[in-house]
Design a protein around this ligand. Structure first.
Ligand code: G4P
Length: 287
């Protein structure tokens, strides 16, 4: 069953982005999850900021497959008025790469008289609060599970003549493609009650079997990989997710796999490639 998640309206976010465009906006930063760049992008942002140069920051690159991250970077860098950079929370001075890329995108701005005005947006859990905290060097934005704390636009002066604006409200993920729903759920970006963990785990196993079979085998000591449900059952057996009588509790097995994946314990894994994403979008448009 496809995942449908409508956590709340985005009217306030939409308005905040519109207000920023009106007040002056030179570059839009979209924070993406490097494990699922296509699925973690929200087309609303592009629609509201048309004509503005875009910087795609592929965050959490430490959890993503470096070869596929390179493909995504090339994909975005080939688009007009667009730059893409990889990043993760381990980078202690992320401002350097961000400032450099934004200055290249809008070379006409960036002094005291004409400051460079940059907006940063991203869906929940993509790491925006963590990044902003590092940028300002103190606990300015709250991190953690509970999204939607910031109520007013925050302005961060990264350098003389360089203003970074953080929108209030939430840019929720948009699930227009079935596969994106599974990827967002597997990554931890959407509410836990909105999906069936076993179903998401089976989809994750399908991706892993196709692209990273050795990781599954190594992590769970599986000599061979059968059908997805058999793999999930085998994971459950290894994790002691059995009930009296010997049957495996599939939701427990699923939870174990999802936690391992989110923590990077299966290694650096990317769930989608630019080519796959393009094919899913084409198929969705034809429906
Ligand atoms: P948000 O504001 O976009 O909603 O995201 P936030 O910064 O709260 O980050 C969501 C989770 O992702 C946090 O983990 C955070 O530590 C983690 N995270 C952020 N950036 C990176 C990164 O580059 N690499 C990795 N591996 N993780 C990152 P959490 O478990 O929810 O909280 P906590 O463990 O930090 O307390």
């Amino acid at each position: 069953m496809p995942i449908n998640w409508f956590p709340g309206h985005m009217n306030s976010t939409r308005q905040a982005i519109k207000d920023r465009v009106k007040a002056g906006l030179d570059v839009v930063i979209e924070l993406l999850d490097a494990r699922l760049p296509g699925s973690s992008s929200n087309p609303l942002l592009a629609a509201l900021t048309t004509g503005r140069p875009a910087l795609k920051v592929l965050n959490k690159q430490d959890l993503a497959d470096p070869a596929v991250t390179a493909d995504w970077l090339a994909h975005y860098n080939a688009q007009p008025h667009t730059r893409a950079i990889p990043l993760d929370a381990g980078d202690k001075s992320p401002a350097r790469a961000i400032v450099k890329a934004c200055r290249e995108l809008a070379p006409q701005r960036g002094d005291m008289h004409k400051p460079l005005r940059v907006l940063i947006c991203g869906i929940p859990n993509v790491g925006k609060s963590t990044l902003i905290n590092t940028l300002v060097g103190r606990k300015a934005a709250k991190t953690g599970d509970e999204p939607g704390i910031t109520k007013i636009e925050q302005k961060i002066v990264l350098e003389n003549g360089f203003y970074l604006f953080d929108t209030p409200g939430m840019l929720w993920p948009r699930i227009g493609i079935e596969q994106s729903g599974y990827h967002l759920a597997a990554s931890g970006a959407i509410g836990r009650n909105a999906f069936d963990e076993a179903e998401v785990a089976l989809e994750l196993i399908a991706v892993l079997k196709r692209r990273y079979p050795d990781r599954l085998q190594e992590r769970y000591g599986l000599a061979e990989l059968g059908a997805e449900d058999a793999v999930l059952e085998a994971i459950g057996l290894k994790r002691g997710a059995k009930i009296r009588g010997g049957a495996v509790q599939m939701h427990k097995a699923a939870e174990a796999l999802l936690v391992d994946y989110r923590q990077g314990l299966l290694g650096r894994i990317t769930l989608e490639t630019p080519a796959e994403m393009a094919a899913w979008r084409r198929a969705a448009a034809e429906d």
